[in-house]
Design a protein around this ligand. Structure first.
Ligand code: NAD
Length: 472
């Protein structure tokens, strides 16, 4: 008999329990600690039908009313932030401080939209008798699909604009991190009308049924590039609107006018955040040959000082990898680093339970190594030296990905000129992973399609239509 807590899905405002469950493992212990109810295709159809039924009334609710509801949703996130953060640590593995950062992303986004975003009619022409005006309306029932690495913040990035614009939602978390999404749905269904926000959980088996479902008008998806391509193909039959936020292999370019020790101290936390499992983490570091040794030594010192452990332990500065598949992938990258580069810190997965890998710094590794070419998504970081800045820019751009990039330089004009040459959706100069809801986050090349936030991101949850009118 099972004694673990079962988290129900929420459909049409009601908790849905099922005979089949998804067991959820705490990656710090490797033990199952809770379970989520598991949908099949019939349950998925129920969720889509509920979202479709709720759509007309929600779409007709005045924007000002939806805006006040966004503030209520934000209040509820603030009230339950601790509970949400603890559950994220248990299922995702990140440190409590990292998990505590997730709900506030949604709070700030909800309040930003409520206070700043509008979809005003745009007069394209008004002369004489003729008026041409572009309007926007919500799309219908939309799907929000989030990955396991940042389950709540990345879901909220889709959910909040979808709901605010008047759409209803069927959300689907990753199968290894379903619980925080179920909790969020339980909290928000105390505020939202039934059917406006539904959650289904799958065991990695309903993605295709959801993305090809004729009742779904749009997919907001964050995940790997490989799955993004599958989603695009699956959605083609019903010509769904798509926003795809996909993988990255972000370069960080250190210029020769900065202090290498200070640069290493600024780059290390953003490369190793969430044990390297962040889409926008710095994943390839390019450093001038003249400061390579000093930079690498400081990174190694920081890696050695990292305290691995359970995210709920306040002493922990890095948690485990989130799941067994990612852990085994990390072991492959460690083997690749051993074979093709020089490991100067870390390099091992400690014995004992949990999916732990020590932060690892790899130097003298060729650009052709797997660790450099692929998105490692783990705390194994390649550091590459360069002699010529033009060559470094070319190497940084020599990837199919184009999510983010950073440039670190004291001469701002030169750093900006380098930034302008990097092929990425977001480029930061002397800072990293700073977001502004007025700016669209998007991936270039294989890192995505469309974007989140900014007017483009908010508009992407609406259908534009143009009305031409003249007098009789
Ligand atoms: P994933 O692609 O394996 O899964 C993402 C989500 O898609 C999960 O909910 C999963 O259940 C679902 N899914 C799986 N197969 C599906 C299918 N056929 N149809 C529809 N949905 C399906 O990605 P992941 O391993 O969970 O996440 C890591 C990846 O996400 C990395 O590549 C990372 O860079 C990327 N990521 C990108 C961003 C961004 O903003 N661009 C942010 C975070 C993570």
């Amino acid at each position: 008999m099972t004694t673990k807590t079962l988290y129900p899905m929420i459909i049409d405002g009601e908790p849905v329990r099922t005979a089949r469950e998804i067991e959820v493992i705490n990656p710090a212990t490797g033990e199952v600690f809770a379970a989520a109810a598991r949908a099949d295709e019939a349950v998925l159809d129920d969720a889509v039908a509920a979202a479709q039924r709720a759509f007309p009334a929600w779409a007709a609710t005045p924007l000002s009313e939806r805006a006040s509801m966004m503030h209520e949703l934000a209040d509820s996130l603030e009230d339950r932030a601790d509970e949400i953060a603890h559950l994220i640590v248990m299922e995702e593995g990140q440190t409590l401080a990292e998990a505590q950062g997730q709900a506030p992303v949604g709070v700030a986004l909800l309040r930003y939209m409520a206070d700043n975003v509008d979809y005003p009619p745009v007069v394209l022409r008004s002369d004489g008798d003729t008026r041409i005006v572009e309007h926007r309306r919500p799309l219908g029932a939309v799907a929000s699909i989030a990955p396991w690495n940042v389950p709540i913040a990345l879901l909220l990035a889709k959910l909040a604009p979808a709901l605010f614009a008047g759409n209803t939602v069927v959300a689907k978390p990753a199968h290894t991190t379903p619980l925080s999404t179920c909790l969020l749905a339980a909290i928000w269904n105390e505020i939202l009308p039934p059917g406006v926000f539904n959650v289904i959980c799958d065991d990695h088996d309903l993605g295709d049924a959801l993305t090809s479902h004729p009742g779904i008008a749009k997919i907001g998806f964050t995940g790997s590039t490989a799955t993004g391509k599958t989603v695009m193909a699956s959605a083609a039959g019903t010509l769904k609107r798509l926003t795809l936020e996909l993988g990255g292999n972000d370069p960080a370019l250190v210029l020769d006018d900065v202090d290498p020790v200070e640069a290493a101290r600024r780059i290390f936390p953003v490369a190793m955040a969430n044990a390297g499992q962040i889409c926008l983490a710095a994943k390839r570091i390019f450093v001038p040959a003249g400061m390579y040794d000093e930079f690498c030594s400081e990174l190694a010192r920081l890696a050695d000082a990292t305290v691995l452990g359970d995210g709920l332990d306040p002493a922990t500065t890095m948690g485990p990898l989130q799941n067994a598949a990612q852990y085994h992938k990390a072991l492959e990258y460690l083997a690749d680093a051993q074979a093709s580069g020089t490991i100067i810190a870390g390099g091992e997965a400690p014995d004992g339970p949990g999916y732990f890998v020590r932060p690892t710094i790899v130097r003298d590794i060729p650009d052709s190594a797997r660790l450099v070419r692929e998105e490692q998504f783990c705390p194994v970081l390649p550091v590459l030296s360069y002699d010529d800045l033009d060559d470094a820019v070319e190497r940084a751009n020599s990837t199919e990905y184009g999510l983010g990039a950073t440039v670190w330089g004291r001469d701002l004009d030169r750093a900006f000129a380098v930034a302008m040459r990097l092929e990425a959706g977001t480029v930061w100069v002397n800072e990293h992973m700073v977001f502004d809801y007025g700016a669209t986050a998007r991936g270039a090349k294989y890192s995505g399609l469309g974007g989140e936030f900014g007017q483009e991101g908010f508009d992407s949850y609406t259908q534009a239509y143009v009305v031409f009118q003249t007098s009789w």
